[in-house]
Design a binder for this molecule. Structure first.
Ligand code: CAA
Length: 283
């Protein structure tokens, strides 16, 4: 199947990026969220990104306008009746995701693939609330979506080869590089990334070094584009904690225990860049 029309659920940081890369690849896309103001905010982010490309001479005004014209704002889930693929990028909460998937299963046509951008929740468990588990798949984009090349594609227990192939082809059409993984807590990306971030937080917690020193070591010593604590602030400390809890619960091993300092920051509302304060202060 060739995917011609997509609905992205969630117009936040990840959702708006996913909408942008689809529209840029010539796909018609609904940008859906609960409130019109959330959709508008997502639209503003995309418009700003495209304007920067025009300013830099990498895109014509006509191309920019054509990309924006491929995006339809949506606050009505019934629009899922018009698409070949839904990509859910809502909050990381199993109950909410299952509710969305069970509604989508009722609305979307039989051929429609239901994908989730979850960063760590089991695809198989989300698929289980639908009558089409063979058409449910993980399509995990990285932040910032327009820049990062990877799409981690996660097969649920029942996902068919045909569905996997469609999502793999689409990822390539988006200019991304797909990597196939199986359905285990944190998949591959966050099973490796998050324990590193958690360990960086322990390093600060135990007084080994300041956040600045930890980040400098990893940036200059390991050539990481951002230090782990800057990256944690960028991802959101609530998301980092949630993923660590998913790993800890999923594997039951003490090595995945979230650092108490991470819990403390999240309880304080220090969620990183989005709340203005995390390991660093943002204006
Ligand atoms: N949206 C769109 N474009 C963006 C952007 C954004 N939010 N942020 C940066 N860019 C673009 C810039 O416009 C710039 O583009 P051009 O080169 O075409 O002008 C390019 O990215 C580089 O940006 P900068 O020069 O401003 O800054 P940089 O060189 O430091 O790169 C970065 C910024 C790409 C974010 C880089 O720091 C980086 O790769 N950081 C690590 C990101 C990372 O690890 N992401 C994965 C997070 S984990 C995740 O997403 C999964 C999960 O489940 C938690």
């Amino acid at each position: 199947m060739t995917v011609q029309t997509v609905m992205v659920i969630g117009a936040g940081q990840m959702g708006s990026g996913i909408v942008q890369v689809h529209a840029m690849a010539g796909v018609q896309v609904f940008m859906h969220d609960l409130k019109a103001e959330f959709v508008e905010r997502g639209m503003n982010t995309i418009t700003k990104n495209l304007d920067r490309q025009v300013e830099k001479g990498r895109m014509t005004e006509d191309d920019r306008n054509a990309i924006l014209a491929r995006i339809t704002p949506s606050t009505d889930l019934q629009n899922a009746a018009k698409v070949d693929l839904v990509i859910e990028a809502a909050v990381e909460n199993m109950e909410i995701k299952q509710k969305i998937f069970s509604e989508l299963d009722q609305i979307a046509p039989e051929h429609t693939i239901l994908a989730t951008n979850t960063s760590s929740l089991p695809i198989t468990e989300i698929a289980a609330v639908t009558n089409r588990p063979e058409k449910v798949i993980g399509m995990h984009f990285m932040n910032p979506v327009p820049v990062m090349k990877l799409v981690e594609i996660i097969r649920g227990l029942a996902t068919t080869d045909a569905v996997y192939g469609t999502i793999e082809d689409l990822s390539r059409q988006l200019g991304k590089i797909p990597v196939e993984v199986n359905d285990f807590p944190g998949f591959v990306s966050n099973r490796i990334l998050m324990p590193m971030i958690n360990e960086a937080i322990y390093t600060v917690f135990e007084g080994v070094a300041t956040p600045e020193a930890v980040d400098e070591v990893m940036k200059l010593g390991m050539n990481h584009p951002m230090g782990p604590l800057t990256l944690a602030d960028f991802i959101g400390l609530d998301t980092c904690l949630y993923i660590m809890e998913t790993l800890h619960e999923g594997f039951g091993d003490d090595k995945y225990r979230p650092c108490p300092l991470l819990r403390k920051y999240v309880k304080a509302g220090w969620l990183g860049k989005k709340s203005g304060r995390g390991f660093y202060v943002y204006n």
